[in-house]
Ligand binder design. Sequence first.
Ligand code: FE
Ligand code: FE
Ligand code: ZN
Length: 293
Amino acid sequence: MELIIGSHVSFTASTQLLGSVEEALSYNANTFMFYTGSTQSIQRSNINDELTYKAYELMVKNNINNNNVIVHAPYIINLANKSDENKYNFYINFFSQELDRCKQLGMNKIVLHPGSATTCTKEEAIQNIANALNIVFTKTENTVVLLEFMAGKGNEVGTSIDELKSIIDLINNKDRIGVCLDTCHMNDSYVDISHFDEFLDEFDSKIGIDKIKCVHINDSMNERGSHKDRHANIGYGTIGFDNLINVVYNDRLKGIPFILETPYVNRNSKDAWAPYKYEIESIRNKKFIDFIQ
Ligand code: FE
Ligand code: FE
Ligand code: ZN
């Protein structure tokens, strides 16, 4: 089975999915992840079906299967707090619209940060998130929501196997819920990535390995358990190249998409550039490439 690997790419108002596919191809990726607009805001432009059609022509020509393409929900959606009903309902409706946009784009998986419990306990947050998703699932069709494993920054929910399990247990339609692992987040939460198989054993016994539908493959700038969430380039962080290679090539995760969310090189300057072509090549060849001089 061929390795499915790509990175997050941009999706702009003018080129939309066609631009995303072109960017992914420039990295020699065979999948990609995108936000349907800004990561931080709820501004969304209308989807241009003609651009979508052209994007699919290009995907088919290059063997990119839409089942491997991932959408990411904007960060601002927070389904954890119910103290402000208007806000809670707004997020439910906005997330439902995002799922409709996925459907219009032919995409069937969307990654969601479960939420941050700012005005309630984690136990209440878990109830609120599951309740919100149950409503979203009655308002929409098909799209599967992948809860991301979080680093545990602030009051984030979904920072352990047990927390993710508590949410999933409360979901009525289990076919529409899955998990997206993130190696940086796992490391920053508590997981020792050098013992990844032990993590998978526990995940399998509590949730089931078939629920893992995507992995964000990032190194981390911080030590295990730091609860920081700062991504590093592959082989340039505390997890290290070999440990990340062992995640990507783990037999139990065969066939699922691996997505890089690593930082641009020189990211705070006008010379910032995306390293994904090199990172993808290094992962495919299992050989570290030192692209940062
Ligand atoms: Fe994420
Ligand atoms: Fe991530
Ligand atoms: Zn992160």
